[in-house]
Design a protein. Structure first.
Lengths: 693, 196
């Protein structure tokens, strides 16, 4: 235990760690403990007014845990504000940022784009934009792009191949863009990256891992490699991605909040995390060799959902890298890193459901051997992001129960009211002040203020965002509680592709999803109104959001309203006021791809690969080159051939399509079968009208 | 063979040479097969009618011979399938050969692996005689191929990425640790008190 405490205090060995962030860690720890103790004393005093009953006794440890959780976040943000106001760089002692830019050749780097049933048009538009951006830096030779597909949908698979073929034919051999699809989706994204490391990793010094919706400026990519070259002890360098490109109210709220508030939060985070920082799964550069040696994910003991294969791989990989003695850093000062966020509350919740299960698996790792203390803290924070919701709910239920046990008159006592109001005020201040800090920080950042469109835009948007986040918080609390409970009950989550489209929510969908929230809000308000009317005022912010969840979800998912807010200058982010070059290139590439789409629609691509000889050859070539040919059972191929002969290729079911597409020989046989039976009057170049004999 | 076809384009259509399968009493099967092969070549991007006509005739003849040798009789359906199979094999081999002859090794020593020629149809439209010169493509075609032939993936250099050992809980959180501690405490107490 003593060793653990000593370790948390010292963190990195003395030759790496600088005294400054050691002091910051101690300071934040002390402030968190002191503020928690102070408010806890007040809380116990309030409870003692009417005597502490059983429910209130349970409240004390719960309050300590929840308050220390928000107190730590608050002090970290407050320290971030102090750094911004003081014009200090939280990582200024680090050598890599002050090394001169020397014109030595950069180390070879692979840019990885793992994809899973994503829109190929969007994915390859992003790749195309990055290619152009990298070429503009003059460092194109440094980078090779790998589109690593885990796609299971056969139609999307074929569309990916066509999109890749088009991209490489457009960009020629100036830049290498490789495409590979795994026949089996083992270990999801982590397995996809591991497969790259096993096959081609030895040929690259670094890999830059992206998400399907990530784009990064060429300059940023080059700078990431330069920093890795400058510091041979750096294992992972994460560049914080800014969410962009979305239009719905909810997405624009997230984009604005992330852009405005992240600055001081990240500054605060960097000041204490320093070389024990974290990896967020994408928009990061990783040193391939140590990653391959030390970051093969362990299999957790026990069964899923809490045991088995690790789902949220990023935090664990960062912890493993740090355990092996490599630095993990956050490049808070680097821009040009973007991603896209969910557009509706429901999509956001769905993503959270996957992350919840993944982060809850980390609880075991927190208590496992070998990890660094700060890595344990990251894992705890990841788990607490979800576990805090049921704890918060439990806290409210126990509070109500405690008061009910004390009798309804207990809440009317003036000293009780004053004490409770003070605790409530302090808690709300600690939750909301970090947002206010970000606005204050703009006094010292006139350029940033200008990028946001001035004070009117910022203040109006921040107030709007704060009000909405207060209303949304209880809805998310119920969602998270459900996710945590279902995970603990052993329900597994399917990790599907994120919905990246933008569609409004219908009333029916909203009622189906948020009806239970509304019901819970009405029920709790009714119970309190009947049994403890004095308590209702304290729970008003919670029940208000729950009762209004249906109209709120519909409003937040509205794309037109989001656009109208942008026209009014609300929730604008710097990227919307002056579009960065990479986003401009991405939009251009997207528009060009949509404009020039002359091939068959997605659901006809299977027909096309069976009929069109060049597409057929391309597909078979890819199967052979990527060693992903999986022979299908002969009887099943025979049955499919008969089905095609009777009803045509469109009649082949989805699973059978995937099976045929994975077997080059079966595909060839069916191709010959179709091409030797077809009678077609030609309707135009490249189009054939078919009738089957 | 496909490269036996005259490469020179003529302004007037050459008279078609009569072959055993295109005589007046040619079977319906070989007519169908030639039509299908011609369509197949057109779908690859070949546009020269003379090359298409000559190639379809040659391939169907070859297919007829093969079918006859294998089955003893010519069934139209089998003939069509054999003809398409031959066409596919020849065109794909020609393209693979062109890709191989023009594909340079990858950058920084990475050997090229399984290259593809994107938009082959466009290329065949531009160079209708490309298939005939698959072993020794002309310089202009080679230049075009060099700037378009692309590797699907680089050559792999397989190695293992071993999973880290399963995570063992810190001693404080293991039941065994506490059991051992209790055992030691009991031994100590026993020793101190002197009870055996």
């Amino acid at each position: 235990m003593l060793r653990l405490l000593r370790w948390s205090a010292t963190g990195w060995s003395s030759e790496i760690e600088t005294p400054r962030y050691r002091r910051v860690r101690w300071m934040l720890l002390a402030l968190t403990i002191l503020s928690t103790l102070a408010v806890l004393t007040l809380f116990v005093n309030v409870l003692s007014i009417n005597g502490i009953n059983a429910a209130e006794a349970l409240l004390i440890p719960l309050f300590t845990l929840l308050f220390s959780w928000i107190a730590f976040s608050f002090w970290s943000a407050a320290w971030g504000l102090i750094l911004v106001l003081g014009g200090k760089n939280p990582q200024e002692e680090d050598a890599s940022t002050i090394l001169p830019r020397v014109s030595v050749p950069l180390s070879r780097t692979a840019i990885l784009m793992p994809i899973y049933n994503e829109s190929p048009t969007d994915v390859f538009s992003g790749v195309e934009a990055m290619l152009q951006s990298v070429q503009a830096t003059g460092q194109a030779e440094t980078f090779d792009f790998f589109v690593l597909s885990d796609t299971t949908d056969p139609d999307i698979w074929l569309e990916e191949e066509q999109a890749w073929s088009r991209l490489v034919s457009d960009c020629g051999t100036k830049q290498q863009v490789f495409y590979r699809r795994r026949p089996r989706n083992i270990s999801r994204k982590a397995g996809n990256i591991a497969d790259f490391c096993c096959r081609w990793g030895s040929q690259y010094e670094y890999m830059i891992v992206l998400d399907a919706d990530s784009v990064m400026e060429g300059e940023t990519l080059v700078e990431m490699v330069r920093r890795m070259d400058a510091d041979p002890t750096l294992g992972i360098l994460q560049v914080p991605p800014a969410p962009v490109n979305r239009l719905s109210v909810f997405a624009r709220l997230q984009q604005f909040a992330s852009r405005l508030y992240s600055d001081i939060l990240i500054q605060g985070f960097c000041s204490w995390a320093q070389f024990d920082s974290n990896y967020w799964g994408h928009n990061a550069i990783i040193r391939v060799e140590p990653f391959t040696q030390h970051c093969g994910l362990p299999v957790l003991p026990g069964k899923a959902p809490l045991g088995g294969e690790i789902l949220s791989h990023d935090f664990v990989e960062a912890a493993l890298m740090a355990r092996a003695g490599w630095k993990v850093r956050l490049a808070h000062d680097l821009g040009g890193s973007y991603e896209e966020c969910p557009t509706t509350l429901l999509d956001f919740a769905k993503r959270d459901q996957r992350w919840c299960q993944g982060n809850m698996q980390h609880i075991r790792l927190i208590f496992s051997e070998g990890f660094r203390p700060i890595s344990r803290l990251h894992l705890t924070m990841g788990a607490m992001a979800y576990v805090s919701a049921p704890l918060w709910l439990l806290f409210m239920v126990l509070s109500a129960l405690g008061m009910w046990l004390d009798g309804d008159s207990s809440g009317a006592e003036p000293s009780w009211m004053a004490g409770a109001a003070t605790i409530f005020g302090i808690t709300m201040a600690m939750l909301l002040l970090p947002k206010f800090f970000s606005v204050i920080a703009l006094f010292k950042q006139p350029r940033r203020l200008q990028e946001f469109g001035g004070w009117d835009n910022v203040v109006g948007s921040a107030i709007f965002e704060t009000l909405v986040s207060i209303a949304v918080a209880p809805i998310m609390m119920l969602f998270h509680t459900r996710f945590v409970v279902s995970t603990l009950l052993g329900q597994k989550v399917t990790w599907n592709a994120q919905n990246r489209g933008e569609e409004d929510i219908t009333l029916g969908e909203a009622l189906l999803v948020y009806g239970p929230h509304t019901l819970a809000g009405l029920l709790s308000a009714g119970v309190m109104a009947v049994f403890m009317p004095s308590l209702l005022i304290w729970f008003l912010p919670v029940v208000f959001g729950l009762i209004l969840s249906v109209p709120l979800a519909m409003t937040l998912g509205n794309v037109r309203l989001g656009q109208r807010l942008a026209q009014q200058g609300l929730l604008l982010i710097p990227e919307e006021i002056a579009s960065p070059r990479i986003l401009y290139l991405q939009q251009q590439a997207l528009a060009a791809r949509e404009r020039s789409h002359d091939g068959p629609p997605r659901d006809k691509l299977f027909d096309s690969v069976l009929i069109d000889p060049s597409f057929h050859a391309l597909h078979r070539n890819i199967l052979h080159a990527t060693e992903s040919n999986v022979p299908a059972p002969k009887e099943q191929v025979q049955a499919i051939q008969e089905l095609i002969e009777r009803e045509g290729p469109s009649a082949v079911p989805r699973d059978a399509r995937k099976m045929i597409l994975s077997d080059a020989d079966a595909l060839r046989r069916i191709h010959i079968q179709i091409r030797s039976q077809v009678r077609f009057p030609r309707t135009g170049q490249g189009n054939v009208e078919m009738s089957f004999s | 063979m496909i490269n036996m076809v005259p490469a020179k384009k003529t302004s007037t259509r050459e008279p078609r040479v009569a072959t055993s399968t295109s005589t007046a009493n040619a079977s319906l099967g070989s007519v169908q097969a030639r039509y299908l092969v011609a369509e197949y070549l057109r779908d690859w991007g070949l546009r020269d009618p003379d090359i298409i006509a000559a190639e379809s005739r040659r391939i169907v003849d070859q297919a007829a011979t093969e079918t006859l040798e294998r089955h003893g009789t010519i069934v139209p359906r089998t003939l069509c399938a054999t003809a398409i199979h031959l066409t596919m094999a020849e065109v794909e081999a020609a393209i693979a050969s062109m890709a191989a002859s023009s594909c340079r090794p990858g950058r920084n020593g990475l050997p090229a692996n399984h290259a593809v020629v994107p938009h082959i149809a466009r290329l065949l439209m531009e160079f209708p005689d490309a298939i005939q010169h698959r072993d020794r493509p002309p310089a202009k075609l080679l230049q075009v191929l060099e700037s378009s032939v692309t590797s699907i993936v680089p050559h792999p250099y397989p190695r293992e990425m071993l999973a880290q050992p399963s995570t063992r809980l810190c001693s404080l959180f293991r039941v065994r640790f506490w059991a051992e501690l209790c055992g030691r405490f009991r031994t100590w107490v026993t020793h101190r008190v002197g009870v055996s």
